[in-house]
Design a protein around this ligand. Structure first.
Ligand code: PLP
Length: 384
């Protein structure tokens, strides 16, 4: 089997699993406890925060440890909306964000906030003129992702940051960085980002661990109330083992980013060339997309038929994003890119990771040719 679903989750590195297991066995004390075991756990947590901060070139006090990007996104968006309510109740995002951003905005809308969903172009890139026009005096937050989790579109974040701050210096910029970290350079200061979310399991770290970067001076209404952990941003006993394991994965991902980018670009380009030659398949991503995502539609075919047929040949791919792959509606992301229902309902995502080599692309391309050869009569019949 070759696993091609790294945008959904990545296999944790062996060092990460070993670190986590060792800390769970040896340093299980509560890091807030006053005794020496608690103090030792507290030191590990402090060091983990420093390593995460160094990987992002920010200060340790700007890192809030969370259970993952869903929590980080909720914390950033709802926390900023509530904290700065007296400044205004207008939020800007795009129609192609991950559900943990999109549904947050929908929820705030139902509570009285006004949300502008910016249009994207045929490649999924946000319309910068529409962004500039949408920012108002009462815009408290702009939330735009680094890399789209379905088709890999990369947001021009330096331009976005410049536009946001020129139009309204008090508007906060939140970046959902989940799909970009470890694959592309991350430049929070050049982007002028105030808030930035990550999930450790997307870069070979542990599941259930993430962080939110909160720029010094930015305040958030705490979504979770309780103890005073995480400088009051997030109540609850800290996951020391998860934090240390995440910090290790983060350091390794950041150090390996240039090499991984080069290798995945080579593999991705082979796949793009091959898919362009297979009748019936239509690419939705391109050489301009992130190096780890290749997305295509197979109009006329239910995507799960393609997923299972590829699985029979040892290739594990996905439809849409993992959290919405069991929903049968067309992809909201592809519809926003202007694709018709037949394209938006038949998307297949191939997502690459650390363990892939160029020869894996040849195996996948061969499997795609075999499957499409078999399924072509159905595609031709249903795709009319
Ligand atoms: N944001 C993006 C772009 C994602 O791809 C994901 C996960 O797929 C998330 C947020 C949510 O991450 P998690 O499920 O780890 O909370």
């Amino acid at each position: 089997m070759i696993y091609w679903d790294h945008a959904a989750t990545t296999p944790p590195l062996e060092q990460v699993v070993d670190t986590m297991s060792e800390i769970m066995k040896m340093h299980y004390a509560n890091p807030s406890a006053l005794h020496r075991s608690g103090e030792a756990a507290g030191k590990l947590l402090k060091r983990a925060r420093e390593v995460c901060a160094a990987a992002l070139q920010v200060q340790p006090g700007e890192i809030v440890l969370t259970s993952g990007a869903t929590e980080s996104n909720n914390m950033a968006i709802k926390g900023a909306a509530m904290k700065y309510r007296s400044r205004g109740q207008h939020i800007i995002t795009t129609g192609t964000e991950h559900p943990s951003v999109y549904e947050c905005c929908k929820q705030l809308e139902s509570l009285g906030w006004e949300v502008t969903y910016l249009p994207v172009d045929a490649e999924g890139i946000v319309d910068l003129a529409a962004l500039a026009a949408a920012i108002r005096k009462d815009t408290v937050l702009v939330s735009i992702m680094h890399v789209n989790n379905e088709m890999g579109a990369i947001s021009p974040l330096a331009d976005i940051g410049r536009i946001v701050k020129e139009r309204n210096p008090r508007t906060l910029l939140h970046v959902d960085g989940v799909q970009g970290f470890g694959k592309l350079p991350v430049e929070l200061s050049a982007w002028q980002a105030d808030l930035y979310s990550l999930s450790a399991h997307k870069f070979n770290g542990p599941r259930g661990m993430g962080l939110l970067y909160v720029k010094q001076g930015v305040q958030l209404f705490p979504i979770l109330s309780g103890g005073s952990q995480e400088s009051g941003h997030r109540a609850g006993t800290e996951n020391v083992a998860g934090a240390v394991a995440m910090s290790k994965a983060m350091r390794l991902a950041q150090e390996g980013q240039p090499e991984l980018h080069a290798r995945l670009t080579e593999i991705r380009d082979i796949l793009l060339r091959e898919i362009r030659q297979i009748p019936g398949l239509e690419l939705n991503s391109s050489e301009r997309s992130a190096p780890h995502i290749v997305h295509f539609s197979c109009p006329g075919l239910k995507p799960e038929v393609m997923v299972h047929a590829l699985e029979e040949l040892g290739m594990l791919v996905s439809t849409k994003s993992a959290c919405s792959s069991k929903l049968s509606e067309p992809s909201r992301v592809l519809l926003a890119m202007g694709k018709d229902a037949a394209h938006a309902s038949s998307g297949i995502r191939i997502s690459l990771g650390k363990e892939h080599q160029p020869e894996d692309a040849a195996s996948l391309a061969q499997a795609l040719r075999v499957v499409c050869g078999k399924l072509r009569p159905i595609m031709e019949r249903e795709g009319q």
